[in-house]
Unconditional design. Structure first.
Length: 277
């Protein structure tokens, strides 16, 4: 049952969304992520507050997060392209398998118990954080050839585990690309491009599944909330451009350390969330 909100409550919610959008957009451009790890928890609590049906709250948060990532990742990718930091050979290599992973992950997301997934995701994120904090950026990194089995496995897993979390997959893709010898800047720029494929597939899947399950959520297309999309997108798109430009003005080693700190914070937070289940 939706709550009837007064003017002050509406202003508070819109303000929280706007401030969140500033942070999400900047981090999306800076780190090549979609921002879902920040958006989904915020949207979950907001939708709980306004009285969205309990069994659909997380689905709505995830689907809406995916929809917001679509334009944000486009702007981020275009900005990185100006600095020649997007390797479309990576996008082609991983793209199809990421899409397959997102489709299958979305199908199962409706019925998945999230506790074990959150635990896995938190542990993997902390491992990636340690990798970035200890790894030094090579002066002239030489990309390695990625054979088919790695394309299939890493691409599929990135898409599959991104789907139930409503994220663009950057927390997986950037470390993977770094592992194969790509510079941090190219890894981030290319991850932003793959985030578009990820989010477009995810948003479409959640929009369709919401209609299939007759969620009938006001002002929403399936599990995608239109007002939230309209509030977030202008801000995230603007901030993503600023974040993407900042990447190319920051020392490579410092950038890797910042990304590691970010991953460690996110991983630790997710582990604490797991303990609440």
């Amino acid at each position: 049952m939706l709550e009837i909100l007064d003017q002050n409550q509406i202003i508070l919610i819109v303000t929280i969304m706007a401030v969140s959008a500033v942070i999400v957009g900047f981090m999306a451009g800076l780190f090549g992520i979609g921002g879902g790890l920040l958006m989904v928890p915020i949207l979950f609590y907001i939708y709980s507050y306004v009285g969205i049906e309990q069994k659909f709250i997380m689905h709505l948060a995830i689907g809406t997060s995916f929809s917001i990532i679509i334009p944000t990742s486009i702007i981020s990718t275009l900005t990185h392209m100006k600095f020649k930091a997007v390797d479309f050979s990576i996008v082609r290599i991983f793209g199809i398998f990421v899409i397959i992973g997102v489709i299958i992950g979305t199908i199962f997301a409706v019925s998945l118990k999230t506790a074990n997934l959150v635990l896995f995701f938190s542990i993997m994120t902390i491992i990636f954080a340690i990798y970035f904090l200890l790894q030094k950026e090579k002066q002239n990194p030489i990309p390695k050839k990625i054979n088919l089995i790695y394309r299939v496995v890493f691409g599929f897993l990135s898409g599959f585990f991104s789907a139930p979390m409503g994220i663009g997959g950057g927390v997986f893709n950037v470390p993977i690309f770094k592992l194969f010898g790509y510079s941090i800047k190219v890894a981030i720029g290319s991850s932003a491009a793959i985030g578009f494929l990820n989010s477009l597939t995810g948003a479409t899947g959640f929009a369709i599944s919401g209609n299939y399950f007759n969620a009938n959520i006001p002002l929403s297309l399936g599990f995608v909330n239109i007002p939230t999309f309209l509030i977030f997108v202008p801000i995230t798109v603007f901030m993503a451009k600023i974040g993407a430009k900042t990447v190319h003005k920051v020392d490579k080693n410092l950038l890797g350390k910042l990304f590691g700190i970010y991953l460690f914070i996110v991983g630790s937070w997710l582990f604490l969330e797991y303990l609440k289940f």
